[in-house]
Design a protein. Structure first.
Length: 481
């Protein structure tokens, strides 16, 4: 909803490739110097109250907003506020913490909110254009700014930028050294009255890429080589290409890539690009996508079969360094987790399998609540008057009892079972936050176990159902409680 509002200013930089292409066309004078400005801690320094007002004003002027949503600018801004404030907290050792200032790091909304504010900062900084501050060029990518400014005016511009929001936003400056200045992953080099570019890597760059002998498909390894080749072609002047290709070969060799493999990938990529192929057209993707764990040899065979069926097959790893090493987050107790496949078991052994997007305890209480309505109606039929609160009772007890039975299969079983109600217990079978996967797991469990459920849940292919039968993966044991 907000992204279409940004990226329309002359200073907007889409990516490194478009930036390099643009600056290579410029003519510079002897008095021009290259500088870059960077906002210190942009996300956590954004004045949100100002930004909220900007969002309302910008959305109100957007004539296409009605085509994207039925919400009005006020409602959308309230949603942004919720994401920035109420929805931004974390739990640590029993205490909840919330961020009091700025936008949260890692939120997908923060870059857009930051962009809206930074565009406003530019409007405030240059109401009459950039020439007023002796600027030949002013390009920005989020909080990184590249500028070409006249000698003697770089600090003047820095002071001006720092004066705009002095209590929130502060800039730092980096000046060209030896006619060179890095910006993003581009190294800009002065060459007379022209600017040339090549790939820039920070001094801390380790040169580490995926090792060739890692358990990943060949396509991933080919993608690493072609990605590095594409970046070189987009960012480098021709005179720097051979040096960059040499760096690519040596870096990949250190990561276990066979020389012949690397050379073949480079040659194939260059031939494709020379014949008019582009990264966006060479591999059209299907609307049908399938993601599976990767297994050597089998994965490649499945990919060929999927291609003949018009299916895009991708692979993922279940375990990575983050999942193995990350253990500092507070664990949520199982009883507080949402998204559960559960089993309710009667004292007689009868089982009911269900799923819920809430906690298991809350769903179990809903089942017991339906049973309690039935028992209360029974008491009223016997002339008893149980104490109650809340809404007025329905006089027709038969209707109350039938509604309770219709609502829940557990009630239907319990009222016809001699076992006492307090022997009805609940247990967790699986934690699954994805709704589709949760419904599928529920359906498998219902089909492969004796249950009192009235239906078999979601439709499942007979093929997968047969596979599940032979593996016994979804077969519950008598020890399950």
């Amino acid at each position: 909803m907000l992204k279409p509002l940004t990226g329309k200013r002359y200073s907007h930089t889409e990516n490194s490739a478009s930036f390099a292409t643009e600056i290579r066309t410029l003519e510079i004078d002897n008095e021009d110097i290259l500088v870059s400005y960077d906002v210190k801690d942009l996300f956590t320094s954004i004045p949100l109250d100002i930004t909220y007002s900007l969002i309302v004003d910008t959305l109100s002027k957007d004539s296409l907003l009605k085509d994207r949503t039925k919400l009005n600018p006020i409602h959308l801004t309230q949603l942004v506020k919720f994401c920035m404030k109420e929805g931004n907290f974390f739990h640590w050792k029993g205490t909840f913490f919330s961020q009091k200032r700025g936008a949260p790091m890692g939120s997908p909304l923060s870059p857009i909110v930051a962009e809206i504010f930074m565009e406003h900062l530019e409007e405030k900084a240059f109401p009459s254009g950039i020439a007023e501050y002796n600027l030949k060029l002013f390009k920005r990518y989020v909080d990184d700014i590249f500028a070409i400014v006249k000698k003697g005016h770089k600090d003047e511009l820095l002071n001006h930028l720092n004066s705009l929001f002095p209590h929130d936003i502060q800039f730092t400056i980096e000046k060209e050294s030896g006619g060179r200045l890095p910006f993003l992953d581009v190294l800009i080099i002065k060459d007379g009255h022209k600017l040339k570019t090549t790939v820039y890597r920070k001094p801390t760059n380790s040169g580490k890429y995926l090792n060739f002998y890692s358990n990943h498909s060949k396509n991933v390894k080919v993608g690493i080589v072609t990605g590095m080749v594409d970046r070189a072609l987009k960012l480098c002047n021709k005179e720097f290409l051979q040096g960059e290709f040499g760096f690519i070969r040596e870096t990949l060799r250190k990561n276990g890539f066979p020389i012949m493999f690397t050379e073949a990938c480079i040659k194939k990529r260059l031939n494709k690009l020379n014949n008019g192929f582009s990264r966006n057209t060479e591999n059209p993707t299907s609307d049908t996508k399938l993601i599976l764990p990767y297994y050597p040899f089998l994965g490649e065979k499945l990919q060929k079969i999927a291609h003949t069926l018009g299916v895009t097959l991708a692979f993922k790893s279940h375990h990575n360094l983050r999942s193995i090493l990350r253990s500092d987050k507070t664990k949520i107790p199982d009883e507080q987790k949402t998204g559960v496949v559960y089993m309710i078991q009667c004292g007689c052994g009868a089982r009911y399998i269900g799923e819920t997007g809430h906690t298991m305890h809350r769903r179990f209480q809903q089942h017991l609540g339906a049973l309690q309505k039935y028992r209360t109606a029974e008491s009223r039929e016997r002339g008893e008057s149980p104490r109650r609160r809340g809404r007025r009772q329905i006089n027709d007890t038969s209707r109350v009892k039938q509604d309770a039975i219709n609502t829940c299969a557990v009630v239907e079983h319990a009222v016809n079972c001699p076992q006492p109600d307090d022997r009805i217990k609940v247990s967790k079978l699986a934690i699954e936050t994805d709704y589709r996967l949760r419904k599928t797991k529920e359906a498998f469990l219902i089909r492969h176990n004796e249950c009192i459920n009235r239906d078999e849940g979601e439709d499942i292919s007979d093929i997968w159902s047969t596979v599940a039968t032979h593996t016994n993966y979804y077969r519950l044991t008598n020890e399950t409680t």
